[in-house]
Design a protein around this ligand. Sequence first.
Ligand SMILES: Cc1cc2nc3c(=O)[nH]c(=O)nc-3n(C[C@H](O)[C@H](O)[C@H](O)COP(=O)(O)OP(=O)(O)OC[C@H]3O[C@@H](n4cnc5c(N)ncnc54)[C@H](O)[C@@H]3O)c2cc1C
Length: 628
Amino acid sequence: MLVDSPAEFAAKKYDFIIIGGGTAGLTLAARLTEDPRSTVGVIEAGQNRLADPNVLVPGHYDWVFKTTAQKYMNGRVISQPRGKVLGGSSAINGMMCTYSSKEDIDSWGKLGNSGWFHEDLAPYYRKFATFTEPSKKTAEFYQIDNKVINKELHDANGPVRTAFTNSKRVGGNAWVKTFDKLGLKMTADPQSGHGNGGYSNLITVDPASGTRSYAGTAYYQPNVNRPNLTILTEAQVNKITFSHQDGEIVASGVDFTSYGTKYHVKTEHEVLLCAGSIQSPQLLELSGIGSRNVLEPLGIKVVVENANVGENFQDHGIVPLCFQAADGLTTFDSFGIAGVEAAATTQFYGSQTGLLSSLIDSNANLSYQQVDQRIGHVSSTPISELTNAATNNAAPILKKQYKLLGEALLNPKDSAYQMIYIPVGVQKGFADGEGTPSPGNFITLYVSVARPYSRGSVHITSKDPTVAPIIDPNYLSHPLDVELFSDGVLFLQYLATKEPFASLLKDGGKAFHPGFEHLTKEMAGEFCREALTSEYHPIGTCSMMPESEGGVVDTKLKLYGVANLRVIDASIFPLEIRNNLQTSVYAVAEKAADIIKSDWKEAKGIKNGTKRGASPEVKRGGKRARKS
Ligand SMILES: Cc1cc2nc3c(=O)[nH]c(=O)nc-3n(C[C@H](O)[C@H](O)[C@H](O)COP(=O)(O)OP(=O)(O)OC[C@H]3O[C@@H](n4cnc5c(N)ncnc54)[C@H](O)[C@@H]3O)c2cc1C
């Protein structure tokens, strides 16, 4: 139920209060209220736009965050959008449905997170989705064979709908064919955690309507009438409140503001923080959980000291290489021409095809070796020496992480890069509001480094919850990232000269970046500094790891030092993964829901559907255990 009145919301009792009705928050809300005995209240700052075509057909409801001036990128300020709407960033994302590698998640496990290896998460990568097979025509066009889709992995009836785009998108077929000709066609269904190569990726789309399938439509809409689920939108949480019970710090509720009025709502059991990688650490700090050095100068009383909050920030930087499209091709840039957008809209509503039917569905994962074999690498030092040096020179807290990153890079089976093609011009700096896009039709290739070495942070600078935190991804601060990005962008340049993709481009694949039309090894690094933007994949700011190694939450996603507060969103990922994040956010939230349900039953003494009497043991179980 969606309530309009914040006072009504605040007056109710909830076993679980969820902060943030985003990708993870709504997944949890839906799963926890499957049990009619547990009550859930969700507080979301954005609006409910379930019926809004600007969400369903991609649009924007955004917190509009910006990074600090980036020291290693010539002082550039990078956009960091985040969904401010019911459904969170899943309501504004590019709908790419791509997956982590097995090694990515195994690395999470190896960082001291038992129960978080790939085999532990694999069932949840299945659970959240329902897959629809492509038509024969679509399968032929995009070369979707039983390597790219292993049907056995897509057997679940989960809430999020996944399918291939209906439209024969400009260049979609050329993308796959070009990789095929280079001997780089995708070798396994990416959901398996294996495989490298170019392919056409699934998107999170409802194949019947061609509209976005996201946390709002998938996890909230079908459950809107559950009496034990209450959602309040347009209400921003200011902080979590605490009390002391039996010598433990316990989250007692949250303070929030709606239309200028402040409210407090109590929790009966737990607070689940799902505000995303930027705002989960922000809210912890506003609530007195973080580094003393951050909190005390702002006059915030330290409730739990943990200097790891807001640290270990990682993001996928992504470098665009833009080309003029061959004459006669219609790209998204044509929307500037009278009638083109209207025609695309008519086509979309008529047949769910055309430009508007999908944003991004041409993807590739490549290993470091696959790139190196074709273009060599920028540095004269062998990559194994560079990775060893990175580990040896790392700060003690990062040594374990860097060792795993090095192993992944040297593993020819793992992916070191994600590459993407989109039929629209993303000129240097365009995504960050620098300069005006040139007129014409363009095509952009993108490369991101799967697991960056650079580490940044997010911290508050004010007690005021409406003041955005300082976001410093520290992109390209690690020299190995500059090397990897340079190699990657040189590969894009090589790809652009290969048929049939080359025929989509004007000027024999000359890049449309003044001064960088033909990249050399010497200038590739500078181009990356000038062109890198965000793929909008921030993680790590409330990492799941042992506290001594940089962690904020344990393997049950419980915050160290508070008995009944968990963080569940992309901020708990301790290391980046090779692709886009949403499938992993859904999978993590699904797994977290099972952990929480099981703990809740134990705490309440519920066994096999019946509630035990309130025996002393039950009370003991009900006491929120600090350590899992
Ligand atoms: C523009 C963009 C494009 C992307 N493209 C893709 C893609 O194509 N494929 C893919 O897999 N991934 C993509 N991603 C990444 C992916 O969508 C996100 O990583 C994922 O959705 C994050 O989920 P989350 O639960 O961590 O946070 P979110 O989904 O962002 O949820 C956080 C929620 O908390 C709310 N909130 C925050 N602070 C407060 C507060 N104080 N009080 C109340 N509510 C609050 C927010 O409004 C939001 O609804 C993209 C992301 C963006 C921004």
